[in-house]
Write a new protein. Structure first.
Length: 300
């Protein structure tokens, strides 16, 4: 499990997670040409029930390809019969991880972990190699259990959130105001995802920006995600990937400031607080500076 806020080297976190319908051979092939850090082969919302048996087989074939991106699969909710059928088919192809939709809380992630343990053994996979990424806010009751992820399975790789299914469950007519900003219930869900991920010591991944033609809007939302502490973002179209990737790379100004902070503390190892440009810099600033430099080094 990734540990944040320490001096240890942090695991690299994918910036862009591109959803790809699992029943479309054409879209799966196109996705391999994208620069997405991770691909999520979808067996849930983008695939009809009748198409799922064929989609599972197509997904398993896709997972056996050697491509640059992490290969995830979004299965169906754990309280449906489709979920086990999904897992039985795809685990033979050793996906990097499972995206878990509509969990009721960390207990669902823990239950999935137990299923993965059995399936990894059946298919000769390394124990614990399959990671879990819950979409943690799609059911209203799940918001009351977000803190439980701090004690969840070590397979937990990150947390993300979703607005569409939550809005449907709430009976809402929209999730955004006239300026395109999240309305209060969805601001709450987004914030709880960010806080729960930090408490669990894993990355927070922001949700999709559904208007894939609005490049400026996406750039603004992705920049806000990084500003707030998210380490990546979900995507629904290949054209969104480049914008998201750029948003999660530190700017030259940020890198320069971080280098100065790290250098100051290296030159003054016994200091708890140091003045720089009229500002008092202390240990939290130093830890953040180190994180920025690590992120820049990984992504250049």
């Amino acid at each position: 499990m990734q540990t944040l806020g320490t001096d240890d080297a942090e695991a690299e976190v994918s910036r862009s997670f591109l959803f790809v319908p699992g029943d479309s051979e054409k879209k799966l092939a196109k996705a391999t040409d994208s620069d997405a850090d991770a691909l999520i082969v979808d067996l849930e919302d983008s695939v009809t029930a009748a198409a799922r048996p064929a989609a599972r087989k197509l997904a398993a074939e896709f997972l056996r390809q050697e491509i640059h991106a992490e290969q995830w699969v979004r299965i169906n909710p754990l309280d449906t019969s489709d979920a086990l059928d999904d897992l039985r088919t795809i685990m033979a192809a050793a996906p990097f991880g499972i995206v878990l939709p509509k969990p009721r809380g960390a207990n669902d992630a823990n239950q999935l972990a137990k299923l993965l343990e059995v399936l990894e053994q059946e298919h000769g996979l390394s124990p614990g190699q399959t990671r879990i990424l819950p979409i943690a806010t799609e059911r209203p009751a799940a918001l009351f259990n977000m803190g439980d992820y701090a004690e969840a399975t070590p397979r937990l790789a990150a947390l993300t959130w979703g607005a569409e299914d939550l809005g449907t469950a709430l009976g809402a007519t929209t999730s955004r105001d006239t300026d395109g900003e999240w309305l209060a219930p969805y601001q709450l869900a987004r914030s709880l995802c960010l806080m729960a991920a930090a408490a669990a010591g894993v990355a927070a991944i922001d949700t999709v920006y559904t208007d894939f033609r609005d490049r400026d809007g996406l750039a603004r939302f992705a920049a806000a995600a990084r500003r707030d502490g998210f380490e990546g973002m979900l995507a629904i179209h290949p054209d969104q990937v480049g914008i998201i990737n750029r948003a999660f790379v530190p700017s030259a100004e940020e890198i320069g400031r971080a280098e100065r902070i790290v250098a100051l503390f290296a030159a003054n190892p016994d200091a708890g607080t140091i003045g720089m440009d009229g500002e008092m810099i202390d240990r939290p600033h130093w830890l953040q500076a180190k994180r920025i430099l690590k992120s820049a080094a990984r992504r250049t």
